[in-house]
Design a binder for this molecule. Structure first.
Ligand code: ATP
Ligand code: MG
Length: 432
């Protein structure tokens, strides 16, 4: 056989191997508990959606829609129609589509959360991948500032539960469409008068979507952006009140925040409250979570108008931050390791293991090479390495007496007892 070139993973798309995925599972468990405590329910939408959902929902003139989406034309069906599909770059649009398609707001507001992979064709670097994972929370059908605050507090509770301390919160208001229109005119005038300082992206966006220029990642444009007219100064009374109400709730909860009038977020669908949780510990990929209110998105994608607010966090960045902060996550280990000196003992041993597992004991079975089970010494070595607290020894003497030996490997190491092979429920729980 000729040697073929090794096939590797796609650039920017990572394998998550067992040692790492144990940390993922731990984080996901914490998330489920925190979400349940605030009565947020899980929703799972497809990874692929019609391209239109994103072009209409996120805004044509955004980084994601202009250059980051994985889109393709499906094969034609019998009628010759080929659909334009996209791997989701984010999940809010999909959740909104599902909520509207299934009429979920018929009986009132809904609180939802999701977890899953997203796809963006960005330049891969630390904290920035082409397949990455988000966990998000959305509250749909509620218009009041208390739900904006509830979502911010939900994220804060999650940081607490995970043991993350190095975060700060930035807050802004993007106002309402009429307020944005006035600000937009001022923004265009400002940037036009500094046209020589605009980069290519900014020049292209100047008339299509000037607010987007404030979201630039180009360091050369930062001082220009700093001096731009602030949307904050164009807010009407209702928008101001909304922001103040959110702030009052945060203050009552002792949540520190700063107002950042430049915070516009990367997507077009936001209005009123927007916020980001930022850490200084991850370099330039420091935003771990971002969100805001999106009262016009549902009607934008053809649903019945309803207010909504939500956030999404980047799982890879949060896990990286946990590492930076030295947060220890539990190492998975079985309760017991089954040592089987001879292949002839395998059937009886495995019957016992089945019963133990049914009792909730986690057991790793020693497996041989196909030519035998290996020496006792090597089996004990593997038992130690597994992290198990007990070794279960299925020796010939023991089996002849209808028993096995349970030997402590950690606390009280060396202590051992004979137990019944069949009456497992009498002693199993002591191993958990
Ligand atoms: P950034 O400004 O860092 O590009 P964004 O504004 O595009 O982020 P959102 O679309 O709001 O990010 O996504 C929410 C979160 O998802 C981000 O705060 C970040 O933690 C994470 N995230 C976004 N893009 C990536 C990516 N390519 N790789 C890893 N995580 C990402
Ligand atoms: Mg981005």
């Amino acid at each position: 056989m000729s040697k073929e070139k090794q096939i590797t993973a796609v650039k920017g798309m990572n394998d998550i191997l067992p040692q790492e995925s144990a940390r993922w599972e731990w984080l996901e468990d914490v998330v489920r508990k925190v979400m349940a405590r605030s009565a947020y329910r899980n929703i799972r939408t497809p990874i692929m959606e019609h391209t239109q959902l994103f072009t209409r929902g996120l805004g044509e003139v955004t980084d994601i829609v202009e250059k980051e989406m994985y889109s393709f034309q499906d094969r034609a069906d019998k009628n010759g129609d080929a659909e334009h599909l996209t791997l989701r770059p984010e999940s809010t649009a999909g959740v909104v589509r599902a909520v509207s398609e299934h009429n979920m707001l018929y009986e009132g507001g809904k609180r939802l959360y999701y977890m899953g992979p997203m796809f963006r064709r960005e330049r891969p670097q630390r904290g920035r991948y082409r397949q990455f994972h988000q966990i998000g929370a959305e509250a749909l059908g509620f218009g009041g500032p208390e739900v904006d605050a509830e979502l911010i507090l939900l994220a804060a509770q999650l940081w607490d539960a995970l043991g993350i301390k190095n975060w700060r919160l930035e807050l802004n208001s993007l106002g309402q469409p009429d307020e944005r229109r006035e600000h937009r005119a001022a923004l265009i005038a400002y940037f036009e008068s500094h046209a020589d300082q605009l980069d290519e992206d900014a020049r292209r966006r100047l008339h299509a979507n000037p607010l987007r220029i404030l979201d630039t990642k180009n360091p050369a444009m930062q001082s220009l952006v700093e001096g731009a007219p602030r949307l904050m100064d164009y807010l009407g009374e209702a928008s101001q009140k909304h922001l103040e109400a959110v702030q009052a709730i945060l203050k009552a909860n002792g949540i520190d925040y700063s107002i950042n009038p430049r915070l516009v977020r990367g997507l077009d669908y936001y209005n009123l409250t927007v916020f980001e949780f930022i850490t200084e510990k991850l370099g330039s990929q420091g935003t771990i979570c971002g969100g805001g209110r999106y009262d016009y998105l549902i009607q934008e994608i053809g649903g019945k108008a309803a207010p909504a607010v939500g956030w999404a966090l980047g799982v890879e960045r949060v896990l990286e931050l946990l590492k930076e902060e030295g947060v220890q996550t539990p190492e998975p280990a079985p309760d017991a390791y089954a040592i089987i000196p001879d292949v002839s003992a395998v059937p009886a041993a495995m019957r016992c293991l089945y019963a133990l597992r049914s009792e909730g004991v986690a057991v790793q079975m020693h497996a041989g090479t196909g030519e035998g089970m290996g020496s006792m010494k090597s089996q004990f070595k593997k038992a130690d390495a597994s992290g198990a607290r007990y070794a279960l020894i299925f020796g010939a003497d023991e089996l002849a007496a209808g028993e096995l030996t349970v030997k402590a490997l950690r606390d009280g190491a060396g202590e051992q007892q004979r137990q019944s092979l069949t009456e497992v429920s009498k002693w199993a729980t002591a191993l958990k």
